[in-house]
Design a protein around this ligand. Sequence first.
Ligand code: AMP
Length: 169
Amino acid sequence: MASCSQDYSFGPHLIRRTEVFAETPLSFAFVNLKPVVPGHVLVSSKRVEPRFTNLSGSEVADLWKLAQDVGRAVEKHFGATSLTLAIQDGQHAGQSVPHVHVHILPRRRGDFEKNDDVYDAIDGASKQLTRSGGAAAATGEKLDLDAQRRIRTPDEMAAEAAELSVLFQ
Ligand code: AMP
């Protein structure tokens, strides 16, 4: 069971408490419907605010502290050696969910043929999201992203959140 006590809004979406694995006074961390690499998770402000640039100083500090803690935990848990942390702040920067969130991706040597392809993957995956459909694999990546990028079931997401929540108790 994930340790979180309540559901949260993520833009127009409902994030069930079972999908949340860590929270702070102003932020929460949850598993991704469609991760582009194993352990690709999200950290969001509790307040539904589309733009990072509109968060208060306290919200920014709280968000990035949780992102740091989550990054450290998922890097170790997924046996990775590096991290990508990214925010698409606004529609024309690729944001598809209008609610501030930090993407946190455990990284390892050679996981993408070109290192910066990770940004195309983050951008492309969210644009192809539907609850019922799948995604085409991006070209040129070494991981089996066809398999990794499919939309996950609530049970799969809850299982991963439960696994990660143990790291934050
Ligand atoms: P962006 O395009 O930067 O706004 O990223 C949106 C992210 O939210 C993508 O990584 C999606 O896979 C993820 N996402 C969208 N809907 C949900 C949801 N209901 N639960 C969890 N993750 C989601």
